[in-house]
Design a protein around this ligand. Sequence first.
Ligand code: AMP
Ligand code: MG
Length: 420
Amino acid sequence: MTMISVEQALEKILGYVDVLEGEENPVLDCLGQVLAEDIYSSIDVPPLDNSAMDGYAVQSGDTRGAGRESPRFLRVVETVPAGSIGKCEVEPGTAVRIMTGAPVPKGADSVVQFENTDETSRTGDSGEIGILKEAESGLNIRCAGEDIARGSLVLAKGTVIRPAEVGVLASLGRSVVRVIRRPVIAVLATGEELVEIGKPLPVGKIYNSNSYGLAASVRRCGGIPRILGIARDNEDSMVAGIRQGLDADMLITSGGVSMGDYDMVKDVLAKQGEVAFWTVRMKPGKPIAFGTIRGLDREGVTKHVPHLGLPGNPVSSMVTFELFVRPAILKMMGKKKLAKPTVKAILEDPVVNTDGRRIFARAVVKESNGQYFARLTGLQGSGILTSMSLANGLVIVPEDEARVEKGDVVQVIMLDWSEE
Ligand code: AMP
Ligand code: MG
């Protein structure tokens, strides 16, 4: 069996998945999805010239020479709150009291904020206001269309929707937009020893943690997880489990892909579709099965569902998810950037590489004085899932390095930033 590199494995996997089709989605649900349409604006934002301050709309010419010691007094003709259109024009010698966001009345070319008037020292309605500072034409006026001009391209197809884009879409009045749909990822656990969470644990059994760690990982990168439960280590049970995953966009299984007596995922897969079984030159996570499963879609047309058989050890399943499944999900969602960010960090513990594989060691990365430091999270066995929960990064030890020392600079894949 050939041993392939992480890059070769990823390339093969990505070769099996394509960008999915679009769907219409309420804007808030689009968070993290990719726009499948160009968004043009049918309105100006803001729609009208409006005030950036609570104050007085005036003609700037009337404020010439105004100062704390030399107020210019203007007759106040009305008050305009946000959301209303005033009735009066501002003529020489007059002002309109105006609130932030209210449309600027005709005739006015600037707004003097309350702080630069004698507003607070007045009691009752005197019908006039003292301007205490000169105003330039255009002061405190937000122009119609200054954010978004009617007819302009606001967000291009391919844009990833973040909270700011949700806000921009809402500012155009859009309640629904077309985005690339989220892939449905079926998650199947395998193993005679597994017990579903929430049930008592008989002697000799363990809880099925992989399905939950993997489903959470799917959700975090934007996919829709569908947990299929546990398949037992016999062909019938596995076939039944796999069949349930046929209407998903991808099936991931955990366990049953190594060399043990009951590791039959690859044999079952070979019968149900095409399978490529590799060992990948990495640690954790050496054995991985990949292929497609043949099935029928809802219309009865033959389809091939990509399948990734991840290793059973909990850490291995999560690390291989990050390296192979996450990029596949992001590609299906139409994203261009598929890799997690990496940083260079100074290693605080040595790591020994015994068999020429690329090691992904679980580490805590901290920043100090503009420099990153990476400390391992204790025991690194592939069954020690807490090593993953303590970590925010994966230290990469290249396959051709037998040892990295304390003080060496290493590349670290950032799973999370510690401040999150
Ligand atoms: P396998 O590759 O099936 O031999 O599994 C390797 C190791 O991972 C064994 O110790 C299994 O008990 C464990 N394992 C497999 N599947 C799961 C799971 N869903 N949750 C937790 N541990 C698992
Ligand atoms: Mg097993």
